[in-house]
Design a protein around this ligand. Structure first.
Ligand code: DO4
Ligand code: MG
Length: 304
């Protein structure tokens, strides 16, 4: 929990979670109603609205999400095929950490002589790189297209573990994220980072939020990515979350330092997978990112 949150009288809960492998999502019913669902097997959801659970934010804020979900029974079952999955980011600012894996540092040092020293330095520095990534309403859901900038020549997806934190800074959920990036713009000058990272359709998160997992458990997950073009896989890669240099708690602590997030916030934790330098995304590609403990985020690519 950050200093400011403590000063505002927000207290940590310190609940022990008892349930395992609990995944929730936000979805739209056939009648266009937004609901929160609990995954039931691979192809169905339990509608949580009769239990009074109407937002992911409130559930994560309660600090006892897994306990509450464990006590539920007799909920309506909805086939996944009958709903539209929405982004789980309701009202949270979305931030991102950078250069948290060795692969990311190396790729960025190769991409730019001009900025190489900055990346080298931040990888080993006490303070991590943290940048603002997206307003909540701009986050792209699973199944919607992510964007490549029309004025960029070198665009890549960045498959990342996302931390969902409540206002007290508790890591209450985990999701799959894509920090879309324009590498030529970023490489030209570090001061262009916001343009390389923050543009229309540049951030995708979802569809699942895994609750009740510890950091130790999250570090055992594997992230993998597959990019398809015209029915062929043109890039695939994988990394273990455990290869991240910093602890997740450390990233959270820096983000919450001298900062308040009244509704909590989301943090993409950096990429450990970077395609070779001759690879760029094209319009029409499909990007599929999986994290073993969470699920799969799939998006097509459109030029914006
Ligand atoms: O400064 C560059 C951004 C790095 C980044 O987004 C990452 O490592 O994932
Ligand atoms: Mg990134």
């Amino acid at each position: 929990m950050g200093r400011l949150a403590r000063r505002q009288g927000l207290t940590p809960l310190g609940q022990r979670h008892t349930l395992r492998r609990v995944k929730i999502c936000r979805y739209l019913t056939a009648d266009n109603e937004v609901r929160i669902g609990l995954a039931k097997g691979d192809d169905a959801l339990l509608d949580l609205s009769p239990a009074g659970i109407e937002s992911i934010t409130a559930l994560l804020e309660s600090g006892d999400a897994t306990q509450r979900l464990a006590q539920l029974n007799e909920l309506p079952v909805t086939p996944l095929a009958d709903v539209t999955l929405l982004s789980p980011i309701e009202v949270q600012e979305v931030w991102a950490a950078g250069v948290t894996y060795l692969r990311s540092k190396d790729a960025r040092m190769e991409e730019s002589d001009f900025s190489a020293a900055a990346y080298d330095r931040v990888y080993d520095a006490a303070r991590p790189e943290l940048f603002f990534k997206s307003l909540p309403e701009k986050v792209v859901a699973c199944g919607e297209p992510v964007g490549i900038r029309a004025d960029a020549k070198w665009s890549v997806p960045e498959p990342e573990l996302v931390l969902l934190m409540n206002s007290r800074g508790e890591i209450a959920g985990y999701a799959v994220g894509n920090d879309m990036s324009s590498r030529d713009i970023e490489g030209e000058n570090l001061l262009y980072l916001p343009q390389a990272k923050v543009y229309h359709r540049s951030c995708a998160v979802g569809p699942w939020v895994r609750v009740g997992a510890t950091e130790k458990e999250a570090r055992e997950w594997k992230i993998d990515i597959q990019i398809e073009r015209g029915g062929e896989t043109v890039f695939s890669g994988a990394v273990s979350v455990n290869q991240i240099k910093r602890s997740l708690g450390e990233l959270r602590d820096f983000l919450f330092e001298s900062q308040l997030f009244p509704f909590g916030c989301a943090l993409l934790t950096g990429t450990g997978i970077v395609p070779d330098d001759d690879f760029t995304l094209e319009e029409g590609d499909t990007v599929r990112i999986r994290i073993s403990g969470i699920g799969c985020l799939e998006n097509s690519v459109v030029r914006v």
